[in-house]
Design a protein around this ligand. Structure first.
Ligand SMILES: Nc1ncnc2c1ncn2[C@@H]1O[C@H](COP(=O)(O)OP(=O)(O)O)[C@@H](O)[C@H]1O
Ligand SMILES: [Mg+2]
Length: 263
């Protein structure tokens, strides 16, 4: 039996993913020795890995591993105490959450974040609050509606009247209003039935197919990794393993320890 505190099984590699033409390019996002946490202490103990341009990178790991905290260092809610998060070669140390949005980094949080008493349309339009150009915001809305028919169908309904899966899709729609380069998703499948989960994942893949880079956190590890180009296993605030989605899925020890048995 291997001790869970053993050395990482393998160094996370900026792997040349099959078919990822951009793999050789500089990463879109780089975590470099990130140490971060809350008042009481550190949650992340030196996290380093790359999110390649145009990848769909999935972070998995047990509850409390620090996955949401990791994403908070991307949106700027949590600041690394040591190390750095670098976006397209630029250190984000001094960037506010708003400046990160302006650079095209948008997070869809783990807990539902719509304004329940506002309509679906109003919620989606809120995604464009940083855009000064209202005509552009309206054009974007029309584009987003094409990808998300639910937004058109339920435009005038209060967001709180929608099912959990429908709300998730509206949150995706809202995040696209800024035409983000990097979409960060924290457990989008949480609480969804299998059929709705497939719709949410299919929509995520469409966003990826539009050329966006996606950083995904999934409790539903196998389902997330199967749809991802790259995978990272986080445990106790440390990277245990990194590789292509398939390498993570097919790794026997990772499968046994983190994915509920071998593939
Ligand atoms: N706002 C917070 N204040 C203090 N501690 C927190 C806060 N959010 C999370 N934590 C703690 O940080 C650790 C990692 O949490 P989190 O990043 O949410 O893990 P995961 O998303 O992998 O389940 C947990 O021990 C959790 O209790
Ligand atoms: Mg979490």
């Amino acid at each position: 039996m291997t001790s869970p505190s053993a050395e990482p099984l393998a160094a996370p590699q900026p792997a040349g993913a099959p078919g990822a033409a951009a793999a050789a390019a500089a990463p879109m996002l780089r975590f470099s020795g990130v140490v971060a946490g809350y008042g009481g202490g550190d949650v992340l103990h030196g996290v380093s890995f790359d999110v390649p341009e145009a990848s769909l990178t999935c972070v998995v790991g047990p509850n409390g591993a620090g996955k949401s905290t990791l994403l908070a260092t991307v949106s700027g809610i949590v600041r690394p105490r040591l190390g750095d998060v670098v976006f397209r070669g630029e250190s984000m140390k001094s960037l506010s959450p708003r400046e990160r949005l302006q650079r095209g980094i948008v997070l869809v949080p783990q807990n539902h974040s719509l304004f329940r008493e506002m309509t679906v349309r109003e919620n989606v339009m809120m995604g464009a609050f940083l855009l000064r150009d209202r005509a552009l915001a309206h054009r974007r809305y029309e584009e987003v509606v094409e990808l998300f028919p639910i937004v058109a169908e339920r435009a005038k309904d209060k967001a709180g009247a929608l099912s959990g899966g429908q709300q998730r899709l509206v949150e995706f729609a809202r995040c696209l209003m800024l035409d983000p380069a990097l979409v960060v998703l924290d457990e989008p499948s949480m609480g969804l039935d299998p059929r709705t989960l497939r719709v949410v994942f299919a929509t995520m893949r469409k966003m990826h197919g539009q050329g966006r880079t996606i950083l995904l956190v999934e409790q539903n590890a196998r389902a997330g990794l199967r749809r991802s180009t790259h995978g990272i296993v986080l445990e106790n605030g440390r990277v245990r393993f990194g590789g292509t989605g398939r390498e993570v899925l097919e790794h026997p020890e990772i499968g046994a320890l983190f994915l509920g048995g071998a593939a």
